[in-house]
Design a protein around this ligand. Structure first.
Ligand code: BDR
Ligand code: CA
Length: 324
């Protein structure tokens, strides 16, 4: 007879993640999706200057974890500027608060006193080999600083799943560069060259995975604070995107990186070489993807090119948000 303990089915261990982020409407959706997903164990949130200055995105991250009913998730503030370049923001798309569109209360609790880098070093030092996944959703400054300061800890990182880059779609903040890579291309070059398992969710995929027409109505119909906040943010984000890019609905870039982590079956991509252009004034921040294997350069990145079922993707995200 099988003893009762062996007869039980065990859910797989959740993937332990650190979200590095600059909320940001789509960052907010990504954080909420992660917090609503039992497959993920969010160890902490680190913030980086990006969509708006770092103090603002840090307060936003606190607002989001509190909205989700998870005030115990630690939020650690990180880099206030790129490695070498002047800061660049995207208030034209995200509003001055970074998450315009909802009447957010002030955070009830301050961020942690510990700097994001110290938090990552401490967490990885205590971790088993290949046991923590990093999910960067903004410029890669913090991750590059981590890899430079503590290269010996890269073996603790299971993988990096980031939102950034564009090749087939070109750029969204410069003709040849996507915002997250454009803001800190030197940091991106360090991360893409680190030899760590890496997947990139580029605008090649996100720009062709726009939110469906029914998205805002269904968010509002959730009848929860999370639903109200998401519907309000999305209304603002659509108007801003419409003005700038001429699309009616929006690519919710960062939430797709989190969705890829959860549901890789919904996406198609290819493991190949990706390099970052840091020198050219014309193409600074370009992600050069060797999609057709024209070189012998190392296959350092899974480039996610396509979502295979957009309605299913947003249905799954909505179902998760409904649990918060
Ligand atoms: C990326 O840039 C930011 O504006 C978004 O939050 C996303 O991370 C898309 O290019
Ligand atoms: Ca972002």
């Amino acid at each position: 007879m099988i003893p009762p303990t062996q007869n039980r089915t065990h859910a797989p261990m959740p993937e332990r993640i650190i979200i590095d982020t600059d909320p940001g409407h789509d960052d907010a959706f990504a954080i909420l999706l992660a917090l609503a997903s039992p497959e993920l164990d969010v160890l902490g949130i680190t913030t980086v200057a990006g969509n708006v200055p770092v103090a603002v995105v840090t307060a936003n991250a606190r607002r989001i974890v509190e909205l989700a009913g998870r005030p115990g998730i630690p939020v650690h503030q990180g880099a206030e500027r790129p490695l070498l370049r002047d800061p660049m923001h995207a208030a034209d798309i995200h509003g001055d608060t970074g998450i315009d569109g909802y009447d957010w209360p002030a955070p009830a609790n301050p961020p942690e006193a510990e700097h994001a880098l110290d938090f990552m070093v401490r967490t990885l030092t205590a971790a088993e080999p290949r046991s923590v996944t990093l999910v960067p959703l903004g410029p890669l400054t913090n991750i590059a600083l981590l890899l430079r300061r503590a290269p010996h800890l890269s073996d603790r990182i299971r993988r990096i799943v980031l939102m950034g880059g564009g090749f087939f779609e070109g750029g969204n903040y410069a003709p040849a560069a996507e915002f997250n890579i454009l803001v800190d291309p030197e940091a991106a070059a360090i991360v893409f060259g680190a030899g760590i398992e890496l997947a990139a969710m580029p605008i090649d995929c996100t720009n062709n995975t726009l939110t469906p027409d029914w998205w805002i109505g269904r968010l509002a119909a959730l009848g929860t604070r999370v639903g109200d906040a998401c519907a309000g943010m999305q209304r603002f984000f659509e108007i801003a995107g419409n003005r700038k890019y001429g699309t009616r609905t929006r690519p919710l870039h960062d939430v797709l990186a989190m969705a890829y982590l959860l549901w890789p079956d919904l996406f198609a991509g290819r493991l190949c070489n990706v390099e970052i252009e840091t020198n050219s004034e014309l193409t600074r921040g370009a992600t050069v993807v060797d999609w057709w294997y024209r070189t012998t350069r190392p296959h350092n990145c899974t480039w996610v090119r396509q979502c295979l079922d957009t309605p299913e993707l947003y249905t799954r995200i909505l179902a998760r948000l409904a649990t918060l």
